[in-house]
Every structure is written in structure tokens, then in C-alpha cells.
Design a protein around this ligand. Structure first.
Ligand SMILES: [Zn+2]
Ligand SMILES: [Zn+2]
Length: 182
């Protein structure tokens, strides 16, 4: 996840270097809530720009997610794009410090010319996590009354009670709306 880019920084603008993600040093920066089931993989392209280095590619992260309906954990692979700007903090030719760029979204390249993708991957992984994960599209979820996993069969609960309450509530809401508009 950490690449020495001294040579690329010396190369002319427009130079592209392809790198494979390796899993070294990857896990320690990941959220404790994110449990990977295997190594993060992907091919990244490092583009030399006049500002620094632009990284683009698709990251594949195998991980555990919890189903929002049945609450079971399941393993899946998340694929998400990575498009991030990195800027040098030290001039590779002179060794002198460089001013920070205008864009606050860019990541710094270390004084040893190392481009560390871990924090960029972590941030993009968190953004790529689904808000409502499903173990499979047809997941029946849990019975709201007895908590039985309805994927393993139905239960003896009567769902009518909930429905009645809901229709009474809806009636009340409609009534108040009607009162407001009249
Ligand atoms: Zn489920
Ligand atoms: Zn039930």
C-alpha cells in the first residue's frame, strides 16, 4: 500500500506507472468495525501531474457486512473507485520543502517520497459501505414480534395487530392534514 514515487516525481508530466495493491501495512489503519475477510486487491495507475501524483483505479475489498433485515453477518466483496490527488512535501530534485497545495482534499507524499494509499483507501471504503446491506435481495428478515428469522420458515404470529395500528395512525395523519388545508 506504500509506494516509493521518487522516480515518478522526476519523470515528465503525463508519465503513468501501474502498481498492484499489496496487503502489507494495510490492516492497521482500517476501522475496527470493518472486518476484512482477505487481502485488498486492485491495480492502480499513478499519473504524474504538474501538481504531484493522481491515483486512479478500482479497489476490491472482501469483507463482512451485517444484513440490515435478518442481522446475520455475511461475506461479500466491495468494489469501489479510488481517485485521489497526492502532493509532494519535499522537492525531489533539491530536497527543499514545498508549499502545501490549494486543494485540502489532496494527500501528502512523505518526505521520503513514499505515497501511502492506506488512509485514502480507508476513507473511500467507509464511503462505499452500503447504508442498508442485504445478505441477499430476497431476504425475508426477522419477524417484528417474535424475532424469528423468516428465511428459515414462517412463525405463528398474527401481523394484523401492527397493520391495524398503522391504519389508525394513517387515518389520524390524513385527518390532521385535511384540517390544515381546510
Ligand atoms: Zn438477511
Ligand atoms: Zn413471529
Amino acid at each position: 500500500m506504500i509506494f516509493n514515487v521518487a522516480q515518478l516525481l522526476k519523470a515528465p508530466v503525463g508519465t503513468v506507472q501501474a502498481v498492484e495493491l499489496d496487503n502489507e501495512d494495510a490492516l492497521d489503519l482500517l476501522d475496527e468495525e470493518i472486518q476484512l475477510t482477505g487481502p485488498i486487491t486492485g491495480e492502480m495507475r499513478l499519473h504524474r501531474t504538474n501538481q504531484g501524483i493522481f491515483v486512479s483505479g478500482t479497489v476490491h475489498a472482501p469483507l463482512w457486512l451485517q444484513c440490515s433485515r435478518c442481522l446475520k453477518e455475511f461475506s461479500t466483496e466491495l468494489a469501489f473507485p479510488l481517485r485521489e490527488e497526492f502532493y509532494p512535501t519535499i522537492d525531489v530534485e533539491t530536497g527543499l520543502p514545498l508549499p502545501a497545495p490549494e486543494s485540502e482534499l489532496a494527500f501528502p507524499i512523505t518526505p521520503h517520497h513514499e505515497l501511502d494509499l492506506r488512509e485514502a483507501i480507508r476513507q473511500n471504503l467507509v464511503l462505499a459501505l452500503p447504508i442498508r446491506a442485504l445478505c441477499h435481495e430476497e431476504c425475508a428478515g426477522l419477524c417484528p414480534q417474535c424475532g424469528k428469522d423468516l428465511n428459515t420458515g414462517s412463525c405463528a404470529c398474527q401481523p394484523d395487530v401492527e397493520d391495524e395500528r398503522f391504519s389508525v395512525l394513517r387515518g389520524l395523519l390524513n385527518g390532521s392534514e385535511a384540517a390544515e388545508t381546510s
